[in-house]
Write a protein of this length. Structure first.
Length: 399
């Protein structure tokens, strides 16, 4: 087993037999993770024979980890992701009423994975609620470590909330809290550095992938110093570091108010290519766009630090405990996240073979029940049977 090494610029040196830590996940994770591994292994074998291989390393997180080790996120798991620089995970339970705030947020902040990368596209054959889903082809760069997801808040009635209220009123002269005695409070940090590194990554991605524009989505008309700062810092970064590309027309940077973007993305999705936005906006936007393409079940995701090269790829949906163990869960989100992982390490041929297999299989109306029931003449397959069908399709591709 061998780990990826990183160069000073964040680029990767990937061994032929690469170690990939994985978290099986809770709920349907126990079904979709083996399905993902089956498809990824088939693609790597088909494209590289015995010259390359993924060495899967299971690490613990989530409810199963808590039940066996007394912690939802062991330090050993974080260290494995640090050592190997990459990883992939199934959906994880977020405990209700106590414990860790969010395992996903903890991983992102603990490893400083400042980009949540969410590509959204439509696959022919998948039912969509919009007339022209083929026009939806966007890549979302969602800031991952700041905004309200930083988790700085105090519950109503606590001494901390009262102390914060007194600070606002007595020290800062704030008089606009309507019901101060019964208010909970939260703080929304947005920094120049955090905004710049996100926009920089979005611009580089657009240039590297031949995408025409980056749109800064914000609510700066209301939150003038946080979201407005994001917009201003983003433009300044683009003008400072990508001046030649802007002048030549290779890159266009524009902006849009968040609520207007949600409307425009339905009416004119072809106007947008790469979107850079803050954490909460990105949460709303990425799920809305996924719905246009057929649902979050076929929406992949990655959390990346382009400076360190660290990245964790993930299913973007929940644990779905109501269907866990029934062999009906849709593994496409995690499989497409594995495609992103393969692209990240430079194994483009294997990534492309999985995408081609998905295109072929879904176009034939073959899918898990959640998708098949809405397809014309759809054929419902179990989770493992669907993975087998993808692996079969990969095996018959002409290289």
């Amino acid at each position: 087993m061998a780990n990826i090494e990183t160069h000073r610029d964040g680029s990767l040196k990937v061994p032929d037999n690469v170690t990939v830590p994985f978290v099986t996940g809770d709920g349907v994770g126990k079904e979709i993770t083996p399905a993902m591994q089956r498809v990824a292994d088939a693609a790597v074998s088909r494209c590289y024979g015995t010259a390359r291989r993924i060495e899967w390393l299971e690490v613990a997180a989530g409810q199963q980890s808590f039940d066996t080790q007394g912690t939802y996120l062991p330090e050993a798991t974080l260290q494995a992701f640090r050592d190997c620089h990459i990883g992939i995970k199934g959906p994880l339970t977020t405990p209700v009423g106590g414990g860790i705030r969010s395992l996903n947020v903890a991983l992102r902040q603990g490893l400083d994975l400042y980009v949540c990368l969410r590509p959204v596209r439509w696959f022919r054959g998948v039912a969509s609620p919009v007339v022209h889903p083929e026009k939806v082809d966007m890549v979302i760069f969602r800031e991952n470590t700041e905004d309200i997801y930083a988790g700085i808040e105090w519950a109503e009635g606590t001494p901390e909330a009262q102390r914060f209220r007194r600070f606002l009123t007595q020290e800062m002269g704030v008089e606009r809290v309507r019901f101060p005695e019964t208010s909970a409070f939260g703080v929304k940090p947005v920094s120049r550095e955090g905004s710049e590194r996100l926009v920089r990554a979005a611009c580089r991605y657009a240039l590297d992938h031949g995408r025409p524009s980056v749109t800064l989505v914000h609510k700066g008309n209301i939150m003038k110093y946080t979201e407005g700062g994001f917009k201003r810092w983003g433009y300044e970064l683009a003008e400072r570091e990508f001046a030649d590309e802007l002048r030549s027309g290779r890159l266009t940077v524009k902006d849009c108010i968040a609520d207007a973007f949600l409307q425009n993305a339905l009416l004119r999705p072809e106007d947008y290519s790469v979107v850079a936005t803050l954490n909460l906006n990105g949460d709303y936007i990425s799920d809305m766009l996924a719905a246009q393409a057929g649902g979050i079940g076929i929406a992949p995701g990655a959390n990346i630090n382009y400076a360190t090269g660290n990245a964790i790829f993930e299913a973007t949906h929940g644990t779905a405990p109501d269907i866990a163990g029934t062999d009906t869960a849709n593994p496409c989100s995690l499989i497409l996240s594995a495609v992103m992982l393969l692209e990240h390490i430079g194994w483009q041929e294997a990534a492309a073979s999985i995408t081609k297999a998905l295109e072929t299989t879904l176009a034939r109306g073959m899918a898990t029940p959640d998708l098949a029931r809405f397809m014309d003449r759809g054929t419902a397959l179990g989770t493992q049977a669907f993975a087998d069908e993808l692996a079969k399709s990969i095996g018959t591709q002409i290289t």
